[in-house]
Structure formats: C-alpha cells, structure tokens
Design a protein around this ligand. Structure first.
Ligand SMILES: NC(=O)c1ccc[n+]([C@@H]2O[C@H](COP(=O)([O-])OP(=O)(O)OC[C@H]3O[C@@H](n4cnc5c(N)ncnc54)[C@H](OP(=O)(O)O)[C@@H]3O)[C@@H](O)[C@H]2O)c1
Length: 324
C-alpha cells in the first residue's frame, strides 16, 4: 500500500468538503485503488478559526512551509489568481503534482502552468475547475479522445441559471431574482463575475482549449443583467425559455467562443436545466450528441472532482504527460 501525502491549500467551502469526503472514502479508496491518501498539512488564512473535526495541528498559515514539506500532491483550493498562482508555480517548480479547482487561474495562466508542469515531469489535475461535480474534463480528455468534437454548448454558471429560472417560474424581475439567489447562497455578495458572464467564459475557455486547441479566433461575452421579466414572458409565449449559454465551435483558424443569453425552444435539451444546475451538450462527429448534467458547484460535489484527480495521480504517479 503506497501512502500519498497531500498538502492542502485552503479549507473553505471546497477544502473542507475535501477533508470530509476523504475521511469518508479513505478506506474504500485503499481497497479499490491501492493507495492510502492522507492530508498532512492544511494552509489557512486564519489558523484560529474553529474547524470542528480537523486536528488543529494540521493547520499552518505558511504556504511555503507546506509546499516545501515534501508532500506528494499539492491541492490548491485557495482561489483567486495572485497568491494561488504563486503557490502553484512553487509547487510545480519543486516537482510536486498539483490538483486545483481554480478556473480563474487556469483561464489566465493555464498554458504557462501546464508547460511548467511538463518541464518538471509532474501533472496538474483540474477536473473541479469546470462544472464542479460533472466529470466533463475527463470525458473530453479520455472518454472522447477517439472522436472529433464539433461543438460544445452548455449552461456553465449555476448562479445565472438560478436567476433565470426564478424569473421564469416566479415572475420576478432580475434584481429580485438576484437578491433571492444571494439569500439562498447561490450568488456572491459581488455577483459581477457570474452575472457579467466572465465566470462562464473562463470555464468555456478551458473546455474549448481541451476540445479544439488554444487558438481563439473570436470571443464574445455577454451577461444576463439586462434580461427583463418581459423578455422572459415573451419567450414563454413563443414556447421558449431564456438561458445563459456558452458555446465553443471550430472556426477557420481556431475556435470561436460565445457566452450569451439565448432563447431556446422548450424542447431543447438545455431548456430543461433548471435552478443552480449545470449542463453541457457535446457534439462529436462519430458519437453524435451527448449531454452531461448535474451539480456545477457546492462543497461535496466539487470536492468529489478534486478527489478523483488526486486518486488518478496517486494511482499513476509516474505518468507525467500533463494533458493526457
Ligand atoms: N465553492 C464552490 O462551489 C466551487 C465550485 C467549483 C470551483 N470552486 C473553486 O474552488 C476554489 C476554492 O473555492 P472555495 O469556495 O472553497 O473558497 P473559500 O470558501 O473562500 O475558501 C478559501 C480558503 O482558502 C484560504 N485562503 C484564501 N486565501 C489565502 C491565502 N492568501 N493564504 C492562506 N489561505 C488562504 C481561506 O482561509 P480561511 O478559512 O482562514 O479564511 C479558506 O480556507 C476557488 O478557486 C473556486 O473558484 C469553488
């Protein structure tokens, strides 16, 4: 039985979920995958905060102590670009595998980080960075490796979908639906990244690059803040629904990406996706159309995706190609 030590950076929504899920599944993973995964250290900002059920001796406020501590895998769940980027770069330079849920960092610096990982013969797992618990990264990298992807379209932002669903089902104006989303914990106090479309664009960029390569020839990003109740009602009168849809498809010289609200006919597969759920429709030349749907965020769903990357790397630590 090989022991795999994890240096966990961040113990917030997803980090805490990772600790809890690993505690629950550790024995099963030992039996199934032949690896014993243990969290050795945990980075937090406030080491005095109460975190019931976790040994306080694991916590540290020094990222360098943890990254340089000789762990096998660094799991980055701090978020943001600046500090998280510095932590990930240091881990890769130290020859550590990295698992991250950080779509913002990957959208900004993914190519540089993957190149660094390749040079250092380590891997980056990023299943949790797009659509939380839905294994869309693995599907594109492995399951569909034999097919040529023609297009990807999806509902990649749960906050937008929750707001549009509430506008449609409860006859709310945008501001009231946003307030409800904030009260229920589906929207941040500052919702601009979600409702402005940038969060979906970051995820689309990651998916589009996996499916079509890095050359983006056109990118159009439009949010939902100007959707009105009247627009939703008019769509309903035409037997349609308004959804915030992200699409990537091949274009001459590369890939074209769009994030925008669209009126979809009620029989469209994405029209049935409601509330905070996410969904992705992938069209492959050989396979045809496939749909993946589920929870795109949340503590345990996202932690499950993080843990799946940790298991994959722990089971094959010597496979060092980053993207395959
Ligand atoms: N939440 C979701 O449902 C979800 C879904 C998919 C992907 N993600 C991604 O997962 C990542 C983590 O998100 P989250 O929601 O778990 O964040 P979060 O709840 O804000 O937790 C962040 C954690 O990192 C620690 N931290 C932040 N900055 C730090 C710094 N400079 N030094 C040391 N510790 C620091 C915080 O410490 P304290 O606890 O001491 O404050 C906290 O434990 C993000 O990249 C996010 O985009 C999240």
């Amino acid at each position: 039985m090989r022991r795999i030590n994890i240096g966990l950076l961040g113990c917030g929504t997803v980090g805490r979920g990772f600790v809890d899920l690993l505690a629950r599944e550790r024995e099963r993973i030992r039996g199934r995958d032949g690896v014993d995964i243990a969290v050795r250290r945990i980075l937090v900002r406030d080491a005095g905060k109460s975190r019931p059920g976790i040994d306080p001796a694991l916590f540290s406020t020094s990222a360098i102590d943890i990254i340089d501590d000789g762990c096998d895998i660094i799991v980055e769940l701090v978020g943001g670009i600046h500090s998280a980027g510095a932590f990930v770069r240091r881990a890769l330079a130290n020859g550590r595998h990295v698992v991250t849920a950080n779509k913002a960092l990957l959208a900004e610096a993914g190519r540089e980080l993957f190149a660094t990982a390749e040079r250092n013969h380590v891997r980056i797992g990023f299943e949790a960075s797009v659509c939380g618990g839905i294994p869309i990264i693995r599907a594109l990298r492995h399951g569909l490796a034999g097919d040529r992807i023609e297009s990807i379209s999806g509902i990649l932002n749960g906050t937008c979908n929750y707001i549009l669903t509430r506008m449609e089902q409860d006859d709310l104006e945008f501001d009231d639906a946003l307030r409800l989303a904030q009260e229920r914990g589906f929207a941040e106090a500052d919702p601009s990244l979600d409702v402005g479309g940038d969060d979906a664009a970051q995820k689309l960029r990651i998916l589009g690059e996996l499916a079509f390569g890095p050359q983006v020839v056109r990118m159009r990003v439009h949010g939902i803040a100007d959707v009105t109740r009247a627009e939703v009602e008019q769509a309903r009168a035409r037997r349609g629904v308004v959804r915030h849809v992200a699409t990537a498809r091949r274009a001459a010289g590369g890939v074209e990406m769009r994030v925008e609200r669209r009126e979809l006919p009620e029989f469209h597969p994405l029209a049935a996706v409601r509330d905070e759920n996410n969904a992705i429709v992938v069209r492959g030349r050989a396979v045809g159309e496939m749909m993946f749907q589920g929870k795109g965020a949340g503590s345990l769903p996202t932690a499950a995706a993080v843990l799946s990357d940790v298991i994959e790397i722990a089971s094959e630590p010597n496979r060092t190609r980053v993207l395959t």
